[in-house]
Design a protein around this ligand. Structure first.
Ligand code: NAD
Length: 295
């Protein structure tokens, strides 16, 4: 059993912390929202008096925060995670943040001799609750090996993507593919409608042809062909348009910073920006098919 400080007990962090408790760990939780801490205590966790106090006791620190701004703020400073951590503690940031911030925080942790990995996830709230998340990890081999048993209590697939920041790089590259293929798939279904081609027929053919992708065969943006896709429940999320937009913006930031040419990523970012701004930020990201249809 280890003592774990868990910071950020929101939609994802709450159930992830609950799975660490179920695995037998003592989990000291903190969050700005008192209700989140109350839920953590009800699940068998301990309420931290402050971030510094929780971290000072912990063998492992896990953070699950909204963005790079919060991650940089909470890891840095005199009362921050890096300054407060015990010698020998392992730091795991599972938030989805920009690659540059992830690398900057890892450098600061290393300067204090602390092991750290970035470990963003895919799988959503369902995966966080079921303990079946995929973790994409960046950090050195020793840090990854030490973090892995804790990640296994919260996820099913744990992948080491390389050095610091590479977990974030893997996450945003994957989600840039996803955003682009969802728009491409949606455009094809809208065109098929206009041409009088039945959606099921297009699905049957494209899913066995070179148009095949996860956006088509697992998450089909029109109702019917894939009964479990959000299209069959009025595009209730799932993965919201706002989250897709966040990840596409992170990919664009990274592309600018690294000098990569990503014109389709840029176009997908613009389209998801327009779609979200129409009051659809909380709608599933596959609902962009309705935007493309002009409805
Ligand atoms: P959330 O907003 O529900 O949770 C974030 C939590 O952090 C909140 O409870 C908030 O109060 C807390 N917090 C913010 N600032 C804090 C501070 N200074 N001190 C302590 N607590 C603080 O968000 P979420 O959906 O749990 O997402 C968390 C991260 O996971 C994000 O980076 C998101 O992009 C990523 N993610 C989310 C999903 C999903 O489906 N929700 C899927 C994959 C990845």
């Amino acid at each position: 059993m280890s003592t774990i400080a868990f910071i950020g007990l929101g939609n994802m962090g709450g159930p992830m912390a609950a799975n660490l408790i179920k695995a037998g760990h003592r989990v000291i939780g903190t969050d700005l929202a008192p209700a989140a801490v109350e839920r953590h205590v009800a699940a068998g966790g301990v309420a931290g008096a402050s971030i510094a106090a929780a971290v000072a006791e912990a063998d492992v620190v896990v953070t699950m925060l909204p963005s790079g701004r919060e991650v940089k703020a909470l890891y840095g400073g005199a009362q921050g995670i890096i300054a407060s951590a015990k010698a020998g503690a392992i730091l795991i940031d599972s938030s989805t943040i920009d690659v540059d911030s992830a690398r900057a925080v890892a450098t600061d942790a290393a300067a204090r001799g602390l092991a750290m990995i970035d470990a963003p996830v895919s799988g959503g709230v369902g995966g966080a609750t079921a303990g079946t998340l995929t973790f994409m990890c960046g950090g050195d081999d020793a840090a990854f090996a030490r973090a892995k048993p804790y990640l296994e209590a919260m996820g099913k697939t744990i992948v080491h993507a390389g050095g610091p920041g590479n977990g974030q790089a893997a996450k945003i590259c994957n989600n840039m593919i996803l955003g682009i293929t969802m728009i491409a798939t949606s455009e094809a279904f809208v065109l098929a409608e206009k041409l009088g081609l039945d959606a099921q027929k297009l699905f049957d053919i494209a899913s066995k042809s070179s148009g095949q992708s996860w956006s088509l065969t697992t998450y089909c943006p029109v109702p019917g062909p894939v009964p479990t896709s959000p299209a069959n429940r009025s595009y209730q999320a799932g993965f919201t348009a706002a989250m897709m937009l966040k990840d596409l913006k992170l990919a664009q930031d990274a592309a600018r910073s690294a000098g990569a040419v990503t014109p389709l990523g840029a176009e997908a970012t613009a389209l998801y920006g327009l779609y979200a701004a129409q009051g659809e930020a909380s709608t599933d990201f596959s609902g962009i098919v309705n935007f493309l249809r002009g409805k």
